[in-house]
Design a protein around this ligand. Structure first.
Ligand code: ARG
Ligand code: ZN
Length: 844
């Protein structure tokens, strides 16, 4: 059944208050609800239907009188009074057997919940939609010592806990946790003097992994006050770490629940990348308190209203805490790796989708990351001051409401007087715009002519021109900038911009900072790119010039086996890499190559059917040649990256380690693993240990290290996820699927744990040549496991189906094998709605 945005209707009743009582039991939890309803003056339809799934109804009453509702698979219907009334129900649920990890479930003996998007209906009967907001009162009874819910705690008898959340909220923000947990506690005083108790709750044994998350929380709270003027609004803020969780984390009001991988950290067990991600996710969930909770979404089509904005805010935070250029480049790498393929394949959908079958399938890179890019463009277009003013107005005008993208754009229109109707296409049009550039130079006038075109997507044939903010700088032949970064606002399909009074023809630096999420198609000479790599003052475009050089060198090697790597570029790059004035983290990014999947896409766009084996060999050859060419300089570079101070996960040390890891990877290409073995033996932190281990795997000499690693870390789930993952991610294609199959037999392969499942299969999918091995071994293995997982956990299974989204790029033999795998999944009896929707869209 498909749900459409255009069919939105408000619910017939408002909820004035909700009281819930939980009597916790692993297989027979009783939930008693007392809900005050009143007719909604905004609605005409008075159908009283409450969502409810997998509930056993024990009793039900209206204003104290028992009633017999009409029950179905999806909920309960009653004839309700046309006046305020109290609805009471008692239901029974079974958290222990809830393997979907949605609703109330158990993870390692602890009770926890996940309600977004539509999980509350698995807890009790309720209008489970975000535009129904209410004040919740929760009582928890049960044997486990810690009992948490949203809001502030109230006095309660021994063995019980009571919570009152004064802020009206939709049911998707409800949360409950009960377990044998310990708190890492701290305090925070808000700008206006509210004393907030902070707790990070973990299982005994994990206390040593809390400090970093807590500090990140305090930094986030301060930052939101300083930059957005947003203060926390309860007396307590709880975070709980849970081992079994379908996603990263969840912003439940006053009670954020985190995948333990997204919050627990220590130097010995976490890499620098883990620390950075944890800091970002803590910030993201905390920032939702205003962008998501105080102002929520009217319906799930508006998901980007909270997610795009909150991702945008968390990237601003990371840019402020760390290096802004490094963060920007990382975000663009991620956008190209995850959002572009989505937008250019069968799963393409607008930032604000117009229909869905299962909303959980729309927590996508498009909604989140492209949604954040759209806000970045808006901010560039209106300027920082107007952006700040618009946000103040947004919080002022809409606090306590469930809003739409129209509401969001209206505050910008009201503040700036701009008409944003064309800009709004960014929310309604799917697909990645392609931007072509022509240039002329005549009589001292330099002219840039842009043409934009968005190819049709499976969901939309017609595309209209979008508003593109194009940040441009011009550089003179001597390397000096003759035009500093200037924002061009493109609104037409074709549009020219002139720059008069130029003494000589400048070199353009186009789309600085990646000012719009488009594919820039500009044929440029290698000389010009090397010039930009040497001279561009915009760190993003300097990196981008290098990336283009890397891509074109690799594409040449792939399409012509007689071609070697571009040595003149590598020589120029080495000059930049050796510049001690440049941030090591930035230099490490310059050593990154475009992913093999991106190279496949680039070939496909050039009309060449990508051959994953040829791509793999070309990248290997390139890496070997680069290491050999630079061999003499590597020891000096390695020395520069040594960190003598005690470990700290800050950006400066992390940058050095990132560059060090890249250098070590090059050394391992010709030293048989000697340097990596030494690093492995002396490593006192996970970043070094893991980077050495991956070098040894790549060199094919990791057997001892892998055994030692397993021995050392067998007791630590999160570290063992890494052990499972790297063996597949770095395995040569000829062994990876077999190794993955072997690992599924390992006693530690707890496949019902989403982190462990993804450790193996996420790594297999990311290993391009291994996943697309010509015999289809990986396709079959993944299909087998997705079928198996779907029966237990549809959300995580559905999410992993996107592995197949690029299938149309490949040769007909591979396409047939992928099609067969997907059809086999589709034909499974009892397949979930989640996976059914995914494979149907993928098959097209
Ligand atoms: N709102 C959460 C976040 O962005 C993610 C919830 C995802 N839920 C889902 N059903 N996929 O942090
Ligand atoms: Zn979010």
């Amino acid at each position: 059944q498909t749900i459409y945005l255009k069919d939105y209707k408000p619910f017939g009743y408002v909820v004035e208050s909700v009281a819930l009582v939980f009597d916790l039991h692993p297989t027979a939890t009783r939930v008693t609800s007392t809900i005050r309803f009143a007719p909604n003056p905004e609605a005409t339809d008075r159908t009283f239907f409450l969502d409810g799934e997998e509930l056993t109804l024990i009793s039900c009453a209206i204003d104290g009188q028992p009633v017999t509702p009409e029950l179905s698979e999806t909920g309960l219907r009653l004839d309700a009074p046309d006046a305020p009334f109290t609805f009471e129900a008692e239901v029974e649920i079974s958290p222990e057997t809830n393997t979907a990890l949605e609703g109330l479930y158990m993870s390692n003996g602890m009770y926890c919940t996940q309600c977004e998007a539509e999980g509350f209906r698995k807890i009790t009967y309720y209008p489970d939609r975000p535009d129904v907001m209410a004040v919740f009162d929760v009582t928890i009874r049960g044997p486990l010592p810690v009992k948490l819910s949203n809001g502030n705690p109230l006095e309660a008898p021994e063995g019980q806990a009571r919570w009152h959340d004064p802020w009206p909220k939709p049911a998707y923000l409800f949360a409950l946790v009960s377990g044998d947990l310990v708190a890492h506690a701290d305090r925070f005083t808000t700008r206006s003097g509210r004393e907030v108790e902070l707790n990070l709750w973990v299982r005994p044994g994990d206390e040593g992994k809390c400090a970093f998350g807590m500090e990140a929380l305090k930094r986030s709270m301060r930052w939101d006050e300083d930059v957005y003027g947003r203060e926390y609004d309860l007396d307590i803020f709880n975070i709980v770490a849970v081992d079994d969780f379908n996603m990263g984390a969840m912003e439940n009001k006053g009670l954020n629940i985190f995948n333990s991988a997204a919050v627990l950290a220590s130097p010995e067990t976490s890499t620098d990348a883990n620390f950075e991600r944890i800091e970002a996710i803590i910030a993201h969930e905390y920032f939702h308190n205003w962008t998501g909770n105080r102002i929520t979404c009217r319906d799930w089509f508006q998901l980007c209203l909270k997610e795009g904005l909150t991702v945008f805010r968390d990237s601003q935070f990371t840019s402020d805490m760390r290096s802004a250029p490094v963060k920007r480049i990382g975000d663009v790498i991620d956008l190209r790796a995850r959002q572009f393929p989505e937008d250019q394949g069968p799963l393409s959908h607008p930032v604000r989708p117009e229909s869905f079958q299962e909303i959980n399938n729309f927590y996508t890179a498009t909604v989140y990351e492209k949604g954040a890019e759209v806000i970045g463009m808006l901010k560039r277009l209106v300027g920082d001051a107007a952006y700040a003013e618009a946000l103040d107005l947004y919080f002022d005008r809409h606090d306590g409401q469930a809003c739409t993208i129209e509401d969001w754009l209206k505050v910008f229109e009201d503040v700036t007087g701009r008409d944003l109707s064309q800009f709004k296409r960014w929310y309604s049009q799917s697909g990645t715009p392609r931007l072509k550039v022509d240039e002329t130079f005549e009589n001292g006038t330099y002219r840039l002519t842009f043409t934009q075109e968005t190819p049709p997507t499976p969901d939309q044939d017609e595309k209209l021109p979008q508003v593109l903010p194009i940040a441009v700088g011009l550089i003179g032949p001597n390397g000096h900038e003759v035009l500093p970064t200037t924002l061009l606002e493109m609104t037409e399909a074709t549009q020219s911009f002139e720059f008069p009074n130029m003494a000589t023809r400048p070199v353009p630096s186009i789309l600085r900072g990646f000012s719009a999420p488009v594919v820039l198609e500009r044929e440029t000479s290698r000389e010009e790119r090397i010039f930009l790599l040497d001279h561009d003052s915009d760190p993003f475009n300097r990196w981008e010039a290098n990336r283009a050089l890397a891509q074109s060198s690799l594409l040449t090697m792939i399409t012509d086996p007689n071609e070697g790597p571009d040595r003149s570029w590598l020589t120029a790059l080495l000059g930049v890499i050796r510049d001690p004035a440049l941030d090591p983290a930035y230099r490490a990014l310059l050593l990154n190559l475009p992913s093999q999947s991106e190279l496949a896409q680039a070939l496909h766009e050039r009309g060449v059917t990508p051959d994953p084996d040829l791509i793999w060999s070309a990248v290997e050859e390139h890496r070997n040649a680069r290491a050999e060419l630079w061999q003499a300089q590597l020891p000096a570079l390695a020395a520069e990256t040594r960190v003598d101070a005690p470990f700290s996960p800050d950006a400066e040390q992390a940058g050095k380690r990132a560059l060090g890891a890249a250098v070590l990877a090059m050394q391992s290409r010709f030293d048989g693993g000697t340097a990596a073995r030494a690093v492995y033996a002396s490593a006192d932190n996970m970043t070094l240990q893991l980077s050495a281990l991956t070098c040894l795997i790549t060199a094919g000499v990791a057997e001892d290290a892998l055994a030692a690693f397993e021995d050392q870390w067998r007791h630590d789930r999160l570290v063992m996820d890494k052990w499972f993952g790297v063996q597949i991610a770095y395995a040569p294609p000829q062994h990876a699927p077999e190794r993955a199959a072997e690992l599924t037999e390992h006693p530690g392969f707890d496949w019902k744990n989403p982190n462990r499942f993804r450790a193996v299969f996420g790594a297999l999918v990311a290993n391009h040549a291994a996943f697309h091995r010509g015999d289809g071994a990986s396709y079959d293995l993944l299909a087998d496991w997705l079928i198996r997982l779907d029966a237990k956990n549809p959300q995580t299974a559905a999410r992993m189906c996107s592995a197949f989204q690029t299938w149309r790029r490949y040769d007909s033999q591979r396409q047939e094998k992928i099609r067969a795998a997907m059809e086999r999944i589709a034909a499974t009896d009892g397949l979930s709605r989640d996976v059914t929707e995914m494979v149907t869209r993928l098959l097209g």
